[in-house]
Design a protein around this ligand. Structure first.
Ligand SMILES: Cc1cc2nc3c(=O)[nH]c(=O)nc-3n(C[C@H](O)[C@H](O)[C@H](O)COP(=O)(O)OP(=O)(O)OC[C@H]3O[C@@H](n4cnc5c(N)ncnc54)[C@H](O)[C@@H]3O)c2cc1C
Length: 542
């Protein structure tokens, strides 16, 4: 049996699903094959960051994510304790979504939504898109590419039937042990494995109430050896928890781990739990040396493997999917230039390097916290002083991984050949702070419009030309775009606040919501500009 499809996606984790959604939302036909049945038994990801929530808003599924079973009024604090039953040392406040102040930088808030809920939301939305086909229990066995396309052999794991698929492009979203990456001979570079953690999932309702502990999502038990893991609530309603032990040793097996002793160590006494699962994994710090070869692309954990500290794994991968999605659509629709798909690597690989570095740094803050001297459990004035000082140090050193708005929305495609620099200096790229910027390469910043929409709601389908001035600037550009069949919308805005933020009277925003170009003056050569931003090779400065 043979069939031809524009894009074959290998892997139905959150990144493969996000790519299917992005392509389907753009009307591009794609087939996703996933070797499992799609059920998540031991969820890894829990924190959907602000940028991913902005993409969910664009796709129309933000409400579904916000309405997941994680209660909107549950405080998201990270808490340092001696044990759950012992002393509280310090607390990083993260208010519940329903009580948090509106964020000035985004229409969306970061959202706790376990993969158990998030992946099915993506699956259901993908299934609702007429050009997307999801095939579970199907595995990619091998593939080869030519100048014109990719041939892939897929096996149906239920029936054992083999099928040959002809595709224009293949995207490997097949996770950390990506066979697609290995077959392409693409190496990973970086520190490699930095620890051997174990996850233990269990159910025990009302755990915090038993110890009169104020709610939070993360509880870090701190002993004399320092910080050794964390207890994270997955579902406060049904009492599902995950205990992560940061280092169980490279030889550990699920059978060799004494789960109950770790629970006792974290909680401070024996409790009854219903065990739901255990997995041992490698905490890595690695980025692929390239993100594509020919007609084959890689995204997500296949190209960046990072510590979960900072919640950047899936969120980085979804950023990959969005960047690649519009470029594949543009190329398949014929308006993407010959160099457009190459910019996927140029733009996303530096973000992978940045995020892996940050995530590793957050983990090293934990690992390097060091031993804790003194009698932190003593119920006297000296013990109290030690606990206060220790708590302050913990919040100062480890707290930053929970304040990452700059990391989440401040990434930029500096130096991209399809963004035209305007000579302004780059704002600082720091994890904790975000400096709104409409400099080319940056995510177009959020501002509320007078009609109640976010300016981000204007972006997504095609290019958007923002015109904060009433003149004929747009007509030449519209004609140049039409000449190349480029989807372009002109938005004339009488919005002083937006003009102040965007700093130029004319701004061109790409389909992924990043600024491509901005200026106060008339576009002398609109065709040059259009060719540049669509990745038509060899075009000079616009
Ligand atoms: C403890 C922990 C907590 C985390 N918390 C967060 C968080 O809060 N936020 C966050 O953003 N990230 C988090 N992450 C990271 C996040 O889980 C991963 O980055 C994310 O799951 C990667 O998604 P992916 O789709 O690239 O890969 P995966 O989720 O690994 O999916 C790859 C899929 O490909 C399939 N596959 C592989 N080979 C084939 C084949 N040949 N044919 C068909 N299918 C194939 C696999 O079955 C799998 O389903 C966390 C990770 C851990 C370990």
């Amino acid at each position: 049996m043979n069939s031809r499809i524009p894009v074959l996606i290998v892997g139905g984790g959150p990144v493969g699903l996000a790519l299917a959604v992005e392509l389907g939302w753009r009307g591009v036909a794609c087939l996703l094959v996933e070797q499992t049945d799609g059920t998540i038994t031991t969820p890894k990801m829990n924190e959907v960051n602000v940028r991913t929530m902005e993409f969910c808003r664009r796709w129309g599924i933000a409400n579904a994510v916000q309405n997941c079973p994680f209660p909107a009024d549950y405080p998201l604090d990270a808490v340092f304790v001696t044990t759950l039953a012992g002393y509280e040392l310090g607390r990083v406040p993260r208010p519940a979504r329903s009580t948090a102040q509106p964020d000035p930088f985004s229409p969306m808030r970061f959202q706790v939504c376990s993969q158990t809920w998030f992946d099915p939301i993506l699956q259901n939305f993908a299934r609702s898109l007429p050009t997307v086909e999801l095939r579970y229990r199907h595995r990619l066995e091998r593939f080869e590419q030519s100048l014109n396309g990719v041939t892939a052999d897929i096996v149906d794991l239920t029936t054992g039937t083999h099928q040959r698929i002809e595709a224009a492009y293949l995207v490997g979203c097949d996770g950390a042990n990506s066979a697609v990456r290995a077959a392409l001979g693409i190496e990973l570079a970086g520190t490699g494995t930095i620890s051997h953690p174990a996850h233990m999932f269990f159910r025990t309702p009302n755990l915090l109430e038993r110890f009169d502990r104020a709610p939070g999502t993360f509880f870090f038990p701190v002993g004399h050896g320092g910080v050794w893991g964390n207890l994270r609530v997955i579902d406060p309603v049904t009492g599902v928890w995950r205990l992560m032990v940061d280092e169980v040793g490279s030889a550990a097996t699920p059978e060799s781990i004494d789960k109950m002793s770790y629970v006792r160590r974290a909680v401070g006494r024996d409790i009854e739990v219903e065990w739901l699962g255990l997995s041992i994994w490698h905490r890595r710090s690695l980025v692929a040396e390239r993100y594509s070869r020919g007609r084959i692309f890689l995204a997500g954990d296949a190209v960046h493997q990072l510590s979960p500290t900072g919640a950047l794994g899936m969120n980085s991968g979804i950023g990959d999917a969005v960047d690649l999605g519009w470029k594949l659509a543009a190329t398949l629709e014929g308006w993407g230039g010959a160099g457009l798909l190459d910019t996927y690597d140029t733009e996303r690989r530096p973000i992978g390097v940045r995020n892996v570095k940050m995530a590793t740094g957050f983990y090293l803050n934990i690992e390097g916290f060091g031993e804790v001297d003194g009698e932190i459990e003593h119920d006297n004035a000296a013990g109290e002083r030690l606990r206060r000082e220790l708590g302050e140090r913990l919040v100062r050193n480890i707290g930053p991984e929970f304040r990452t708005i700059g990391l989440q929305i401040g990434y930029r495609y500096d130096g991209s050949p399809i963004c035209i620099p305007d000579g302004t200096a780059a704002p600082p790229d720091t994890a904790e702070t975000y400096t709104p910027s409409a400099r080319p390469g940056a995510r177009a910043p959020h501002v509320w419009l007078r009609d109640g929409r976010s300016i981000l709601d204007l972006f997504g389908r095609g290019f958007v030309f923002l015109q904060f001035a009433d003149d004929e600037q747009a007509s030449g550009l519209a004609a140049a775009a039409a000449g190349q069949s480029i989807p372009l919308t002109i938005e004339r805005l009488d919005e002083p606040e937006a003009l102040r933020l965007y700093e130029r009277r004319f701004v061109l925003v790409r389909p992924d919501g990043h600024v491509a170009w901005r200026s106060n003056s008339i576009i002398a050569e609109p065709t040059n500009l259009i060719d540049r931003v669509r990745g038509a090779a060899g075009i000079g400065e616009a």
